[in-house]
Write a protein that binds this ligand. Structure first.
Ligand code: 3PG
Ligand code: MG
Length: 398
């Protein structure tokens, strides 16, 4: 993997101005960062460059501001990052122009500076060449350590890779290495678990996966659409009934590709959508007409566990039930714990990511036991869909 990318092993950063694209788009409540995972992941890259006496100049977006907006400043994220790396981080109120240039000129070797939100300039998202050139003035090389923003072809995530010598940071390297082990060159057999509410948001993902994996577990609200398509009465369950044909096409594609589709064989049903609503497990021939499927049933969990036992590699995206409302997190938690135990026993390589997935694995208390958990949302999904990611493509040695 590292052969196709230049990494920090391939450059002497001493005395250089290193523009490091990180993803400081962290969850924030009342000006405080509520989850440090992304900051912890980028710490090694920053510490390494600083330790080797390079000048670390951090670039990131935060939120989706339309122009300059004090509510979307990077200051609190930069302050939280300084605590994580236990080193001071200077801050400049703009990412280009005189303010940025002066701040960079004042840096000593080993210093760390964070520039203000790149999205305060609309030219960032347009990947505007003049804006890229303004950013490029500030650095000698560009290091991309923001896999979670690599699906965006923006100035700081992609454009700079054409303007300056480009390198993958340590977090980017770890991410690409894990993803490659999961789908590009995996140890077989490979199982994928895909959950979440909607088929419509994951059609491309399912179609790509059935051509790559040996077994595909479908759970969550999207499984209801498949069951409905196969003629199972699903009562009042959440489902995209108009996507029945799409679901059947995916099943056919799986059959042609020799990928086993594993759908629920039973279901936990409640009569209203609320935490701790009274619920029962039913076989698929007995779902009450006024009931709602909110989780996979116990026999389904057994099947999923057995399927995990048969696999050498697991890739997981999305919860199997309404995991944010106990007890409907049970299927997800039991399956995740089983995957974690197999991983700990050295029997399974397990890679998970995307949206709710990290929250679900944290709730199951097993995120640490997976081989790799990606902090990326959209980028992880696009990668699972088999799409090239602009921020990764630009790092490839041509
Ligand atoms: C993320 O949080 O998923 C990334 O930082 C990308 O953010 P975006 O969806 O606003 O581009
Ligand atoms: Mg996003």
């Amino acid at each position: 993997m590292s052969k196709t990318f230049r990494t920090l092993d391939d450059v002497d950063v001493k005395g250089k101005r290193v523009l490091v694209r990180v993803d400081l788009n962290v969850p924030m409540e009342n000006g405080r960062v509520t989850d440090l995972t992304r900051l912890e992941r980028i710490a090694p890259t920053i510490t390494e460059i600083s330790g080797k006496r390079g000048k670390v100049i951090l670039l990131s977006h935060f939120g989706r501001p339309k122009g300059r907006d004090p509510k979307e400043t990077l200051k609190p994220a930069a302050a939280a990052l300084a605590e994580v790396i236990r080193n001071p981080i200077a801050f400049a109120d703009d990412c280009i122009g005189e303010v940025a240039q002066k701040a960079v000129a004042a840096m000593q070797d080993g210093d760390i500076l964070c520039l203000e939100n790149t999205r305060f300039h609309k030219e960032e998202e347009n990947n505007d060449p003049a804006f890229v050139a303004e950013l490029a003035k500030l650095g000698d090389i560009w290091v991309n350590d923001a896999f979670s923003a690599a699906h965006r072809a923006h100035a700081s995530t992609e454009g700079l890779g054409h303007a300056l010598p480009a390198y993958a940071g340590r977090a980017m390297q770890a991410e690409l290495d894990a993803l490659s082990k999961a789908l590009e060159a995996p140890i077989k057999p490979v199982i994928a678990i895909v959950g979440g509410a909607k088929v419509s948001s994951k059609i491309e993902l399912l179609e790509n996966l059935v051509s790559k994996v040996d077994a595909l577990v479908i759970g969550g609200g999207m499984a209801n659409t498949f069951l409905h398509a196969q003629g199972v009465p699903i009562g009042k369950s959440l489902a995209e009934r108009d996507l029945a044909a799409t679901a059947l096409r995916i099943v056919e594609k799986a059959e042609a590709a020799n990928c086993a589709i594993i759908l629920p064989v039973d279901a936990v049903v409640a009569f209203h959508f609320a935490a701790n609503a009274p619920s029962h497990a039913y076989g698929l021939d007995a779902i009450p007409p006024d009931g709602m499927i909110l989780d996979v049933g116990p026999q389904s969990v057994e099947r999923i566990r057995a399927a995990i036992d048969d696999a050498a590699t697991l890739v997981w995206n999305g919860p199997l039930g309404a995991f944010e409302m106990p007890p409907f997190d049970r299927g997800t938690v039991l399956a995740a714990r089983h995957a974690a135990a197999r991983t700990k026993a050295g029997k399974l390589i397990s890679v998970a990511g995307g949206g709710d997935t990290v929250a679900a694995l944290n709730q199951a208390g097993v995120a640490r036991d997976f081989t790799y958990v990606s902090t990326a949302g959209g980028a992880f999904l696009e990668w699972l869909e088999g799409k090239p990611l602009p921020g990764v493509e630009v790092l490839k040695i041509r």
